[in-house]
Design a protein around this ligand. Structure first.
Ligand SMILES: *[C@@H]1O[C@H](CO)[C@@H](O)[C@H](O)[C@H]1NC(C)=O
Ligand SMILES: [Cu+2]
Length: 239
């Protein structure tokens, strides 16, 4: 019995470790930008778990955009973000189905170029979030992304000023979030330049800064017939 248990655990643990994922494609108005283009690519597909770490900004190594191209779009563009476990679009779940939780998108205007922007300080505006969609079936935003081949979309608020931005997409997996640290933050930052826009001055928060380990959207038992969920961070700004 002991032998059987430990050998099945030994088989299971690497599978769980490989079940992580990264942001890999950025689409603009339905056009695929290509594998890992415009993205600050982290060293591996592991999640961030410390909400006080600068890794929460744009994942590990993500405070620098050196060598990363910036995607040029008109203001109000529809940006689709596509995540995968590995460098393959087929043959496995895009994100592993056990990783249940919300999807959030933030944007921050670079003082100069997106590539030179470290994303630190109160610079981030939340422009999208989706969480527990159907409590009766325990359907989460992450389930929809997985069913949609790893993709979700956000329309950039057209009132944002033209300029260079970091677009920060985040999927929080809550399958082991009953104690902190536990929630898994999957973060991908894309470098975007809008060539048109308005003059809005949206509300901003810092990441790290806006999240706390005690937030009910971060330390939560999702396996207790959860009926409502409040994602961490500020309200969505709609422009
Ligand atoms: C954004 O693009 C995606 C993918 O092409 C599409 O499914 C979605 O309907 C678009 N959203 C809007 C608001 O146009
Ligand atoms: Cu994982």
């Amino acid at each position: 019995m002991r032998l059987a248990l430990s050998s099945s655990l030994a088989l299971l643990l690497p599978v769980l470790a490989r079940a992580h994922f990264t942001l890999q494609y950025v689409w603009a108005n339905g056009v695929d930008g290509g594998y890992n283009n415009y993205v600050r690519v982290p060293p591996n597909n592991n999640p961030v778990t410390d909400v006080t770490s600068t890794d929460l900004t744009c994942n590990v190594g993500g405070t620098s955009g050196a060598g990363v191209q910036t995607l040029s779009v008109a203001g109000g563009a529809n940006i689709t973000l596509e995540w995968h476990q590995h460098a393959q679009r087929t043959g496995e779940d895009a994100i592993s189905g056990g990783h249940k939780g919300p999807v959030l998108v933030y944007i921050a205007k670079a003082p100069t170029t997106a590539a030179a922007f470290n994303g630190q300080g109160a610079v981030w505006t939340k422009i999208y979030q989706s969480g527990l969609l159907t409590p009766s079936s325990q359907t989460w935003a992450s389930d929809v992304v997985n069913a949609n081949a790893g993709k979700h979309s956000v329309v950039l608020p057209a009132s944002l000023p033209a300029g260079e931005y970091l677009l920060r997409a985040e999927m929080i997996a809550l399958h082991v979030a009953a104690t902190y640290p536990g929630a898994q933050f999957y973060i991908g930052c894309a470098q975007i330049k809008t060539t048109s826009g308005g003059s809005a001055a949206p509300p901003k928060v810092a990441l790290p800064g806006a999240y706390h380990g005690s937030d009910p959207g971060i330390t939560v038992n999702i396996y207790n017939n959860l009926q409502s969920y409040v994602a961490p961070g500020p309200a969505v700004w709609t422009g």
